[in-house]
Design a binder for this molecule. Structure first.
Ligand code: AFP
Length: 337
């Protein structure tokens, strides 16, 4: 008989559909179909990232996005792929992309009941040197009675119904939560399917790695300065200092934190009063995933998922990862209060 692990494949679509049938009796299958559109976007981007240098897709596209950053050709293409796939799924009412200044309200003909907030290609400054990058997404349901407007996405992260990211590195792994734990699915490029490879991801309760842009340390506040110093020069002489790792692509740094534990930080500082990362499509989805994996995510002073975003591109400081590591930075902020 053949090996069932090779013939009874658990694809992402099969797994999510099974979860919906078992855990949400009223589910219509719409979320599964919406996730199919997201998977298509991820597969297309994964394929283009792999051959970007060969087909001249690195470099600038001669335009800048809403944050005033230069857009890469792949950023533009990735955005178009996701917008088209999501619109044609007929499951989406509102889209917010890092690359578009305004939210996209889907026309009545194609409108569905979900809102998707996403960063189609996060870490794009790493594209040209082949370092891991990724896509991040979060999903809300439109509010009762709404046909889709900005207020459907200007909500705390705790109201998201699903979130995930996809890495484009040595392999492409899509990590997803629908609020029932976290699972990771690795793209089998030969059959074009995401296969369950990391069931029920649990972040270790304490790690040994910290990730932060140390180059900003002269701008840090007192709590951050003391916290990072404590990691490098532990009070207890028997304790080893933490290791530093920083890719500069949130997806890669968070993925490592999910699997190995530790802490990922992008603090506010005297240069960037609200930090750098965007609440809707960077902080919330990652905070949702981390909490679902048993970790913790905070602004330093408040649970990340409870933040109320003021605009679709608002930013926030964020610290996320192993529960005990995040509690440590929270204690430093509490002491400063
Ligand atoms: P880019 O998309 O401009 O490369 O920014 C990536 C990012 O939004 C996030 O993925 C990283 O964690 C963070 O910015 C890195 O920022 P610094 O370069 O300031 O450390």
């Amino acid at each position: 008989m053949s090996d069932p692990s090779k013939t009874n494949l658990i694809t992402l679509t099969r797994h999510v559909f099974q979860d919906q049938v078992e855990n949400y009796k009223e589910a219509s299958g719409d979320l599964t179909l919406l996730l199919t559109a997201i998977q298509l976007g991820c597969k297309f981007v994964a394929s283009n990232v792999r051959k970007a240098s060969l087909i001249s897709m690195t470099g600038l596209a001669n335009s800048s996005n809403v944050q005033g950053e230069e857009q890469k050709k792949l950023d533009v293409i990735a955005n178009e792929i996701f917008v088209n796939a999501l619109r044609s799924s007929n499951k989406v009412a509102v889209m917010v992309s890092e690359e578009d200044e305004e939210a996209i309200i889907v026309d009545a003909q194609h409108r569905g009941k979900y809102c998707v907030v996403f960063d189609p290609l996060d870490g794009s400054s790493n594209i040209d040197c082949g370092v891991s990058i990724g896509t991040i997404f979060g999903i809300y349901k439109v509010k009762e009675g709404s046909t889709g407007q900005i207020s459907d996405v200007l909500r705390p992260g705790s109201e998201m119904v699903a979130a995930g990211y996809c890495t484009y590195g040595s392999c492409s792994t899509l990590v997803l939560t629908t609020g029932q734990g976290v699972n990771g699915y690795t793209l089998d490029t030969e059959i074009g399917e995401f296969i369950l490879t990391h069931p029920n991801i649990q972040i270790p309760s304490r790690g040994k790695i910290y990730a932060v842009n140390e180059g900003n340390s002269k701008y840090w506040d007192g709590a951050c300065t003391k916290y990072f110093h404590s990691l490098k020069f532990p009070e207890d002489p028997k304790k080893a200092p933490y290791s530093a790792r920083y890719v500069g692509s949130m997806v890669a740094d968070v993925h490592r934190t999910m699997l190995y534990g530790g802490i990922f930080c992008y603090p506010a500082d005297s240069k960037s009063k609200n930090g750098k990362l965007r609440i809707l499509y960077e902080c919330f989805p990652m905070a949702f995933l981390v909490e679902q994996a048993g970790g913790r995510a905070t602004t330093g002073r408040k649970r990340m998922m409870d933040v109320q975003p003021e605009t679709i591109h608002s930013r926030s400081p964020i610290f996320l990862g192993s529960k005990e590591d995040v509690e440590d930075i929270e204690a430093f902020y509490k002491a400063e209060a």
